[in-house]
Write a protein that binds this ligand. Structure first.
Ligand code: SAH
Length: 299
């Protein structure tokens, strides 16, 4: 396994380097034109505090880079930052020893909590030709993800959605007997309560733009409760996932998940060691000032 070290920047294979090429993006999604405005140096940009503008930018990015021309996410659900989500997929490829699409190697990935946006299956299938099963415990989100697949022929055959009927289960109910996944990916709900989620979202909005009423703006961006909140927050979620992973150790090559709060790494490592994980890897990722990471383990 060769993890590319790229401190401070996006993964070298991430196509979203540097400034957005708005000319190319408008060509891919002409409706983006209506949201363009000059930045202080006169270049084109959008208002990143405007949820409609950000959604339209995402549509353009998905059309331009991933051949996904129809991407609708229901109001109130997460509108994911594409460059950061893309980094996870490329570092996962490193972990699997893959550096380009390879038609001789069929790769299957399980995306736990694919969301209404279906973002990891989109990026992974279109970047590397990987097959995905996306699971969802929120029925409405699962339906929205299925609609995205049905609307884009490039996703059909590569991406399947399965309902997870119990939101404290991860592999049970969705991984079939004798099925094998090279890896799983996951972006867990982060907060233990809506109160925590709202407080952080308002702080974020204040930083993002000079919005006069951050409370009303935050409603647009906050994401749906199912995407934000779970019992025990991120650490509770990941400990449960790790505990259940033991029973699926022969069916998943690498268990992986984003870990937003770096303080959760230490207790997770401890928990995984107790469970008997043989390899535990933490892969750092950077986007400008923002650092994130995913944890990966196998038995
Ligand atoms: N992958 C998307 C969405 C992440 S939000 C993205 O990165 O933008 C987390 C998602 O996990 C939510 O959609 C939530 O409904 C789902 N979820 C929570 N617990 C789950 C479980 N046990 N199994 C499957 N999905 C779950």
């Amino acid at each position: 396994m060769a993890i590319t070290k790229n401190s401070g920047a996006l993964h070298p294979r991430n196509p979203h380097q540097g400034r957005y090429d708005f000319n190319a993006l408008v060509k891919a999604m002409p409706s983006l034109n209506a949201y363009l405005q000059p930045n202080p140096t006169g270049d084109s940009t959008i208002n990143f505090g405007d949820v409609d503008a950000v959604r339209c930018l995402n549509k353009a990015l998905l059309a331009h880079f991933y051949q996904v021309d129809h991407w609708q996410v229901p109001a109130g659900y997460l509108c994911p930052p594409i460059p950061g989500r893309t980094d996870y997929i490329h570092y996962l490829a490193d972990l699997l020893g893959i550096d380009k699409p390879d038609s001789n190697r069929v790769v299957h990935v399980l995306d736990i909590g694919t969301g209404a946006n279906c973002i990891y299956p989109i990026i992974g299938s279109q970047s590397y030709g990987w097959h995905f099963v996306g699971t969802e415990s929120d029925k409405y989100a699962a339906k929205a993800a299925q609609k995205i697949i049905d609307a884009n022929s490039c996703l059909k055959g590569l991406v399947k959605i399965r309902d997870q009927v119990h939101n404290k289960a991860f592999f049970k109910n969705v991984v079939k007997e004798s099925e094998y996944f090279d890896a799983c990916v996951c972006n867990p709900p982060f907060f233990a309560s809506m109160k925590e989620a709202n407080a952080q979202n308002i702080r974020k909005q204040r930083n993002l733009s000079k919005i006069s009423n951050p409370v009303s703006a935050s409603r647009n961006f906050s994401g749906h409760k199912s995407e934000l909140v779970c019992h025990g927050g991120e650490l509770g979620f990941l400990k449960r996932m790790a505990t259940e992973s033991v029973g699926f150790c022969t069916q998943v090559g690498w268990f992986t998940s984003l870990v937003s709060n770096k303080d959760n790494i230490k207790p997770l490592r401890k928990h995984l060691s107790t469970l008997g994980a043989k390899s535990i890897v933490v892969v750092p990722m950077y986007q400008g000032q923002k650092a994130s990471r995913f944890i990966a383990w196998q038995y």
